[in-house]
Design a protein around this ligand. Structure first.
Ligand code: 4FV
Length: 254
C-alpha cells in the first residue's frame, strides 16, 4: 500500500516540481507514493475566499484562519481515510531522521502549510503533530513540507535503487557521513586519501568509519554523545588522536 500525503496550502502549485522530478517524482510515477496538493481556498465559504485575518489582541501580521483548515482536514479524511495530521511550523519538534522513519510508518499523512504569522492555536485541537525543519523563519510551510516529502520518499523500498546513499546509512547509525571523493585523484595539488585508491575494502571501511566518528565528535557533539561506541570505534578514535599528536609533535619539534 503506497503511502499517501495530502497537502493543504494556498500555493498548491508550488509542489508541481516535486511531483515530477527526482526521487519524489520517481516514487510517485512508480506508484510507491501518492502526493495530493490541495488549495486551502477551496475550503473557504466567503466571497473573498479568505484564509487569514488579523490577530485578536492586535499586533502586526495576519493569522491563518482556523475553519478553512479544519474543513479541509475533515473533507480529506472523509475522502481518503484517517491520516496523521501535521502542522509545519518553527514551534514544532525539530525534524530528524528518527522522526522521518517514524512518519514513514504512517499510511496516510496530511501536511498543513502555514503562511503569514502562522496558524490559529486552536488548530492543535485537530492535528496530531507539529514539526519544524530548523530554527529559522520561512515565508510558508510549503518548503518544509517538500523537505519532509523528499526525506520520506528516500525511505520507500525500491525508490533509491543503486543510488542508495551512504548518507542514509550514516544517519541511521547516528553519525555524520564520511568524506566523499571522486575523479580526478589529484587536482591542483589536492589529492584523494591513498587508502581510497588501495582497493583494500576492509581498510576503506575502517577509514570511513573513523572519519565519520571523528567528524561527528568534532562537528556534532550532541549526536556523538548518543552514539554507542564499539570497541573498534574506540580503537579507531584512539588511533586518530595518537596520529594527530604525533603530527603536532613533529610540527613543533626543533
Ligand atoms: C517553518 C520552519 C516555518 C513560519 C511562518 C510559515 C513559517 C509561516 N515551518 N519549519 N522553520 N514556517 O518557518 O517548519 O507560517
Amino acid at each position: 500500500m503506497a503511502q499517501s500525503i495530502d497537502i493543504i496550502s494556498i500555493f498548491p502549485e508550488m509542489f508541481d516540481p516535486v511531483l515530477r522530478i527526482s526521487i519524489t517524482g520517481r516514487a510517485i510515477s512508480k506508484g510507491a507514493l501518492v502526493v495530493r496538493p490541495h488549495n486551502l481556498r477551496d475550503y473557504t465559504v466567503d466571497r473573498h475566499r479568505s484564509t487569514d485575518d488579523s490577530p485578536y489582541g492586535g499586533g502586526s501580521g495576519m493569522v491563518m484562519l482556523l475553519e478553512p483548515m479544519v474543513r479541509a482536514m475533515k473533507s480529506l479524511e472523509a475522502s481518503y481515510g484517517q491520516a496523521r495530521k501535521i502542522v509545519l511550523a518553527p514551534t514544532g519538534r525539530p525534524l530528524n531522521q528518527k522522526i522521518v522513519r517514524e512518519l514513514a510508518q504512517e499510511e496516510r499523512l496530511i501536511l498543513l502549510c502555514g503562511r503569514y504569522e502562522g496558524m490559529d492555536e486552536r488548530i492543535h485541537h485537530y492535528v496530531d503533530d507539529e514539526i519544524a525543519i530548523g530554527d529559522f523563519v520561512l515565508t510558508g510551510g510549503e518548503l518544509p513540507a517538500m523537505i519532509l516529502i523528499d526525506a520520506l520518499a528516500r525511505l520507500i523500498p525500491g525508490v533509491l535503487h543503486n543510488e542508495h546513499s551512504s548518507v542514509d546509512e550514516s544517519f541511521e547509525s547516528g553519525l555524520l557521513e564520511y568524506p566523499q571523493y571522486s575523479r580526478p585523484a589529484e587536482s591542483d595539488g589536492l589529492v584523494v586519501p591513498p587508502v581510497l585508491l588501495s582497493g583494500n575494502h576492509e581498510l576503506i571501511r575502517r577509514w570511513r568509519r573513523q572519519l565519520a566518528l571523528v567528524r561527528t565528535r568534532e562537528r556534532r557533539p550532541d549526536l556523538f554523545g548518543m552514539v554507542a561506541l564499539s570497541e573498534e570505534d574506540r580503537r579507531l578514535l584512539a588511533a586518530w588522536d595518537a596520529e594527530r599528536r604525533d603530527t603536532q609533535q613533529e610540527a613543533t619539534s626543533p
